[in-house]
Ligand binder design. Sequence first.
Ligand code: SIN
Length: 345
Amino acid sequence: MIITAMFRAPLSRAPLSRRRCIQALALGGLARRAGAQARITIRLSHVVARQTPKGLALERFGELVRARSQGRIDVVVYPNSLLFGDADEMQALQLGAVDMLAPSLSKFGRLGFPEFELFDLPFLFETRTQVYRAMQGRLGQALLAGLARQRMVGLGYLDNGFKHMSANRPLVAPDDFAGLRMRVQGSRVIAHQMRALGARPVVLDFGETRRALAMGVVDGTENPISNFWTQRMHEVQTHLSLTHHGYLGYAVVVHQRFWAHLAGPDRQLVAAALEEALAWGNAIARSENEQALAALRESGGIHIHDPSAAQRQQLRAATAEVYQGLERRIGRQWLEQVQQEWITG
Ligand code: SIN
């Protein structure tokens, strides 16, 4: 049955690799979902390390679900692209090879949800409060509701933090980016941002990034410190510039089919546990990133730069064209709404 679904799936762009298909088939047996008292296993895949805001929040979600269901509902978390990477996790969700994902907001654009790339706009947000207002307000809810177009259910948002730039030289002013190959997520906004700075964007899976940096396939990248530190990117990059130029957060999603299969009380239990775990994850995201930065400084293995206000202003000016690019694709109303929501609350 899973095989049939694989070849009929409307979302499939490229077939899952043979290895992934085998994993999907093998794992399908773990997730028997039936009546209200049936044992259930929720398979949750993500691409970052356990010791990140996302990794920790999802582990906590699993603990809450197990405790509240007295072990009847299990959550198996596969971190670090162990099960699926960026390129195939959404397809795996559509096929039922995994039950729950928490991709970064930047990864929804290429699936047909370009509005999510609002969150990638450079220098749109300065503070987490602004981000939360946009996420928790009407805009954030409208984005999640739109996921129904591809039979997904958006269950909530999760924070990581602000992104910074790394390379083997300081990146504090637009000229510093000239000619660099910068690894980016599959977001047209982020690609445009890099081109506006004079760099060449290279879309790569998160799980491939460290190796690509080590081998010189790409020269630099952008990420919050928690990801940078836990992937040990400081061992393969000599300079980190605290540009605070963009935001990285996540949406937790399931397929409608999976959600509908859960009995009502189980769905409520899972939703409540997730809400609590996400609130906890959002509360620790800042401190996790601060601790990662402290650890990075202590490691002494990388030069850390703090761009001046004037330098950040230059970076902002150099990337301003990205706004018009997105506006042309998704319409002005989204940009007006995000700005209005974070200003007015
Ligand atoms: C993530 O935090 O899930 C990955 C971010 C990235 O691909 O850069």
